[in-house]
Design a protein around this ligand. Structure first.
Ligand code: MTE
Length: 327
């Protein structure tokens, strides 16, 4: 499957002050002979502080940026403020502003990621080791929540497909499952049984190999804030937002379809696939339109697009499937 990812210069999507700071930072680091500290060219090195500039190869960032252009749609990226203050993260409460208020208490260092199941390479890896092989890229994706609101977000990360290449799932692996950290002492929402903790998600292996599936460590050229899923989250832009699991500590390759949090909590409302689909309503509301966060009150709701506008890139994955049945 060849997928063309249109190029967008970071300067077009990153606020100028962030963009120029990052370039100045890189230039300064290199001039001071600190280039070695960045690891090999393009390797992901993550400063611990949320909001700190991300050290990533400018060339890599320059080369990719995916926003499939949809004529007639206003695709201006949402602001940092909107993306970091209107969140869903039940580990910190069910209100949209709870994550910004309470996620600061989560310690994201030290952090490790365990990889297991049907793969040639398995083990538990400190985050720094886990991230090292990957060059970071900047991508602008539409983000559509199952609650029928949406944003446009400039993420920084690396393709999930590269993680699969690194750990080499065996031929028995049909799915990849993800798990969020379980730490009720710092995640107060986990002290309440509103969901079965820890939060879990999963994809089919071929979905995970699609070039749009993305592991995220940053936002607007900066380290991902806790409320958006630091230090490591998944983004699957053609699926409803609940598939995009935050604060990942475990990745397991499985033969059987893994249980996932929302489809377990309400199987008639949230399926395993959760592909954005304007033709399949949620039992309690329509999915035909969406409210773009930040749009003026007088702005009409906009139509929701099949696969969130990424049909050209992902429709082949669901050929022959009844999407009303596999919702
Ligand atoms: N991941 C975890 N661990 N816990 C959550 O509650 N919420 C999901 C998803 N990932 C959630 C999660 C939902 S419903 C959405 S819409 C997105 O995160 C929201 O991501 P955002 O807050 O960065 O916009």
């Amino acid at each position: 499957m060849a997928i063309r990812i249109p190029r967008i210069a970071p300067s077009q999507i990153t606020p100028p002050e962030v963009f120029f700071n990052r370039r100045a930072f890189l230039a300064g680091a290199l001039a001071a002979g600190a280039g070695g500290a960045l690891g090999r060219a393009g390797a992901a090195v993550l400063p611990a502080a949320a909001g700190a500039p991300l050290k990533y190869s400018y060339d890599a960032a320059d080369s990719v940026g995916a926003l499939v252009h949809v004529p007639g749609q206003d695709e201006k990226p949402n602001t940092w403020e909107q993306i970091t203050h209107y969140n869903n993260y039940y580990e910190f409460g069910t209100g949209k502003s709870d994550p910004a208020e309470y996620a600061g208490q989560l310690q994201t260092r030290p952090w490790s990621v365990a990889v297991g199941g049907e793969a040639e390479v398995t083990g538990s890896f400190p985050l720094e080791t886990f991230l090292k092989p990957y060059a970071l890229e900047e991508r602008i994706y539409r983000f559509r929540c199952v609650e029928a609101w949406s944003m446009v977000i400039p993420w920084v990360g690396f393709p999930l497909a590269q993680v699969l290449k690194q750990f080499k799932p065996t031929s028995r692996a049909k799915y990849v499952a993800f798990e969020t950290l379980y730490r009720p002492s710092q995640m107060p929402g986990q002290r309440v049984p509103i969901l079965r903790w820890p939060y879990r998600e999963g994809l089919r292996i071929d979905e995970a190999m699609n070039p749009l599936a993305f592991m995220v460590v940053g936002l607007y050229g900066r380290v991902l804030p806790n409320q958006d899923g630091a230090p490591l989250r998944l983004i699957v832009p053609w699926k409803y937002g609940f598939k995009s699991i935050k604060a990942i500590v475990r990745i397991v390759f499985t033969e059987q379809q893994p249980e996932t949090t929302w489809s377990e909590a309400a199987p008639n409302e949230y399926g395993f696939y959760a592909n954005v689909n304007p033709h399949v309503p949620h039992p309690r509301w329509s999915q035909a339109t969406e409210r773009r966060i930040g749009a003026s009150l007088f702005h009409e709701r906009q139509p929701t697009l099949m696969f969130n506008g990424y049909a050209k890139e992902v429709a082949y994955l669901y050929k022959g499937m009844n999407l009303h049945e596999y919702f």
